[in-house]
Design a protein around this ligand. Structure first.
Ligand SMILES: Nc1nc2c(ncn2[C@@H]2O[C@H](COP(=O)(O)OP(=O)(O)O)[C@@H](O)[C@H]2O)c(=O)[nH]1
Ligand SMILES: [Mg+2]
Length: 322
């Protein structure tokens, strides 16, 4: 058995050490990781993938801790991915999250991992999706992805979720922050956290008004607005119920299958793009030949680009640098 096959097998058996090793390979984009995740993807597709986003400090991590505890009471296993690209700069943010989630940290039915991949365009989304696939294949019943809803890269990460939860907190100004950040459109469930704070009712009412005034497509999921106090666990049971309802709605509406199609096509595109880009660059013999041909007027850039793609059609998996 190859090393990749045995590592995949261990993940499928739910081996915590193996899951950790695969997630590290994903984050580092280690050689062979695409094959590994592709193999795991064949056994994925069971987990409910829940994305939790919202402004920094709104209580996402605190809520994720509470939600996880509730799901554990229901006997479900949980994988948590905390996506935090800023932590590479700020340092301790992730550790703080871990401590806040520590109520569930020692539980073998809970796997927590932070991702701080920055670097390449789409690197964050890719590491997130591959990590979700790994935890799903490892048999986690629920995979929760937490990411701060500030930049486009973080919002993009949410496309890997089946149910998107947007956490708001009582505003300091007039606006609900979620609206400013463009999170309104992607929410399947809204929650106004810190309901122990004055001003929470106002935020709640604003959000509800906003949602009611948005045009509703017939048969669409009616996006609920919930209240919570992350620090006491108030509202967590209701949130978990809404997630289950949304999942049921997705199943009936064909949404899970659409999600699977989307994840598969996204990965095919990423891998194909990478295979192509690896070969379409100076130093690759066919590429250099095309450049010389254009220079010597033996063709134009467009036709030679097409010729290169045809040549790439005979991909045999060989690395051109070998
Ligand atoms: N008063 C109050 N504080 C909360 C509540 N939920 C979270 N917090 C606090 O808000 C701060 C930020 O919480 P955290 O979960 O790290 O937010 P995140 O950045 O969205 O993950 C922490 O000090 C929490 O203890 C809540 O419902 N009420
Ligand atoms: Mg957090």
């Amino acid at each position: 058995m190859t090393a990749v096959a045995s590592l995949a097998e261990k993940v499928l058996a739910g081996d915590t050490g193996a899951i950790g090793r695969v997630l590290t390979r994903i984050e580092r984009r280690a050689p062979g990781v695409d094959e590994l995740v592709s193999e795991l993807q064949c056994s994925a597709g069971r987990a409910h993938v829940i994305g939790v986003t919202g402004p920094p400090g709104s209580g996402k991590s605190t809520l994720v801790g509470g939600l996880t505890a509730r799901m554990r009471e229901q006997g479900r296993t949980v994988g948590i991915i905390a996506v935090d690209p800023s932590s590479a700069i700020t340092g301790g943010a992730i550790l703080g999250d871990r401590i806040r989630m520590s109520g569930v940290a020692g539980d073998p039915g809970v796997f927590i991992r932070s991702i701080a991949t920055r670097g390449a365009l789409g690197g964050l989304s890719r590491a997130t999706l591959d990590s979700i696939i790994t935890l799903d294949a490892a048999g986690k019943d629920v995979v929760i992805v937490e990411t701060v809803g500030v930049g486009q890269a973080e919002v993009d990460v949410m496309s890997a979720a089946q149910t998107v939860v947007v956490v708001s907190m009582p505003g300091t100004g007039d606006d609900v922050q979620a609206i400013k950040a463009g999170l309104l459109e992607i929410a399947d469930v809204h929650v106004v956290n810190k309901f122990d704070h004055p001003g929470a009712r106002k935020t709640f009412a604003e959000l509800r008004t906003m949602l009611r005034s948005a045009p509703q497509r017939p048969g669409a999921w009616p996006v609920p607005v919930e209240k919570a106090v992350g620090t006491t666990g108030e509202g967590v049971t209701e949130l978990v119920e809404r997630f289950a309802e949304h999942r049921e709605w997705l199943v009936a509406d064909g949404g899970i299958e659409r999600w699977q199609r989307r994840s598969i096509s996204t990965r095919i595109r990423w891998i194909a793009e990478e295979l192509v880009l690896e070969r379409l660059r100076p130093g690759h013999p066919e590429f250099d030949r095309a450049v010389e041909d254009v220079l010597a007027h033996r063709g134009d850039s467009g036709s030679l680009a097409r010729r290169l793609l045809t040549q790439l059609g005979n991909l045999d998996g060989r690395n051109p640098r070998d």
